[in-house]
Design a protein around this ligand. Structure first.
Ligand SMILES: Nc1ncnc2c1ncn2[C@@H]1O[C@H](COP(=O)(O)OP(=O)(O)OP(=O)(O)O)[C@@H](O)[C@H]1O
Ligand SMILES: [Mg+2]
Length: 434
């Protein structure tokens, strides 16, 4: 995985200024000396290239999806601002807003692997799984909202959806899922997540602890935008309190960007506001101080907190859904002849001398599918997959043809029996749905 600080910018409400904040934060970081890549993940409605005045002829994310390019670096284009680069997104391409699951995973992996000091991802509006999955990529997760009531409501809904989307990262097994379904009612508007956690803690303290770890390393912050006055911005602190009270998530207000006609006009000029603004203007000061705040976050500690609890692979959780049979790799003697069983447990994957966090997705006596966050090991590499929970298991095998974000592993004969024993104990009679 790339070592860049990843900043995800979301917030639900269209027009709250997610793209404006992404672009100007990017300019501020580049001006502070950071090699910064902006990624336009507003699938189907990409417009960062317009805001930056970048001509739209080069490759985009769509070209990666369509295999015309092989890395996002190939789509990364320079902007007029030194050190600021853009990976243009998918515009009005039919189907562009709805990539297949495997395609989305591929893009997520490539974004995570981008080489830069900072990567900023504009996830677009709404609470679609696309937006939430890109949001989850962020070490720092900014929720942009105006002080207007509807925008505040959407920001809250976005955070709530993001939390529920992140929960499977706690490594839920089937009983965990059943327990959560029994004790939580995500559609309720009055339920306090703390109460849900208390109920979980009485039955499954370990699960409650894992969820607490997700909450404490969630990394969300609130950014007020188009704020007409300091007083109007107070409503943001109300949102922060509500998020703490109801979702048990700490999301502080880290910036209040004033409403400024010059920000608005910059869009039509196709030039980021901060490129030419006087540093003394309040909006410019707000963007720069947001950039400084972001750089002060201890990303390493946050990543460590997430991975300690087995959620380093928070990305991989979105891989858990089985994909279409015709997406399956050809792992001989495995996908065709034998029934695969969905196990979906945290795993360590050693291949080619590198160890990565990942998940063991599904398994049959001669083969396995695992998801990794970093580079997919080359076909033919020896691989060892270690699982601690719910039972210790060590599988060795060879990487066979891989699909995006996953590796297909043909198990060595010595692993067949341990694999059978594991399946008998862990997942009797649970074939992968086709
Ligand atoms: N601080 C600001 N002051 C004045 N106008 C602003 C400010 N921030 C954003 N705007 C204006 O608000 C409008 C919406 O901004 P932007 O496109 O960044 O929102 P968005 O959240 O990315 O929207 P979408 O959800 O459609 O992608 C733009 O016209 C922009 O010029
Ligand atoms: Mg936008």
């Amino acid at each position: 995985m790339g070592s860049a600080i990843r900043i995800a910018v979301g917030g639900g409400k269209g027009g709250s200024g997610k793209s404006t904040v992404s672009v100007n934060l990017g300019v501020a970081l580049a001006q502070l000396g950071m090699r910064t890549v902006l990624v336009d993940a507003d699938l189907g409605a990409a417009n960062l290239h317009t805001m930056l005045g970048v001509a739209g002829h080069g490759p985009t994310m769509q070209d990666l999806i369509d295999r015309r390019i092989h890395s996002l670096e190939e789509a990364s284009t320079a902007t007029r601002v030194p050190r600021l680069f853009l990976v243009p997104g998918v515009g009005a391409v039919v189907g562009g807003a709805n990539p297949q699951h495997a395609q989305k995973l591929k893009v997520l992996r490539h974004v995570a692997a981008l080489d830069a000091d900072v990567v900023i991802v504009d996830v677009g509006a709404g609470v679609s799984y696309n937006a939430l999955d890109f949001f989850e990529l962020g070490d720092v997760r900014l929720v942009v909202t105006t002080p207007q009531l509807t925008s505040i409501q959407n920001a809250y809904a976005f955070l709530k959806s993001a939390l529920h989307r992140a929960l499977p990262a706690a490594g839920l097994d089937e009983e965990d899922r059943a327990l959560l379904a029994r004790v939580s009612h995500p559609s309720s508007t009055t339920e306090r997540f703390r109460v849900v956690l208390d109920r979980v803690a009485t039955e499954r303290p370990a699960l409650a602890a894992r969820i607490e770890a997700i909450l404490s390393s969630f990394g969300a912050s609130l950014v007020g935008n188009i704020v007409p006055s300091a007083q109007a911005g107070n409503v943001l602190h109300g949102l922060s309190r509500m998020t703490s009270d109801f979702l048990s998530l700490q999301a502080k207000v880290i910036a209040q960007i004033p409403a400024d006609p010059a920000v608005h006009q910059s869009i039509d000029r196709r030039a980021p506001y901060l490129e030419t603004a006087s540093p003394r203007q309040p909006a410019a000061r707000a963007f720069v101080s947001l950039a400084e705040h972001v750089l002060s976050v201890n990303v390493e500690a946050q990543r460590a907190a997430r991975s300690l609890e087995g959620i380093a692979s928070s990305l991989a959780l979105s891989i858990a859904a089985p994909e279409r049979a015709d997406d399956a790799p050809s792992v001989d003697g495995y996908t065709r002849r034998e029934e695969r069983v969905q196990v979906d447990v945290l795993a360590q994957v050693d291949a080619g001398g590198a160890r990565q966090d990942g998940r063991l997705l599904d398994l049959s006596p001669h083969g396995a599918f695992a998801a990794v966050l970093g580079p997919v090991p080359p076909i033919g590499a020896g691989v060892t997959i270690r699982v601690d929970k719910p039972l210790p298991l060590v599988l060795v095998g060879t990487v066979r043809r891989s699909r995006d974000g996953c590796i297909g592993v043909e198990l060595a004969p010595a692993s067949v029996e341990p694999c059978r024993a594991f399946l008998d104990r862990v997942a009797p009679g649970r074939p992968v749905p086709r």
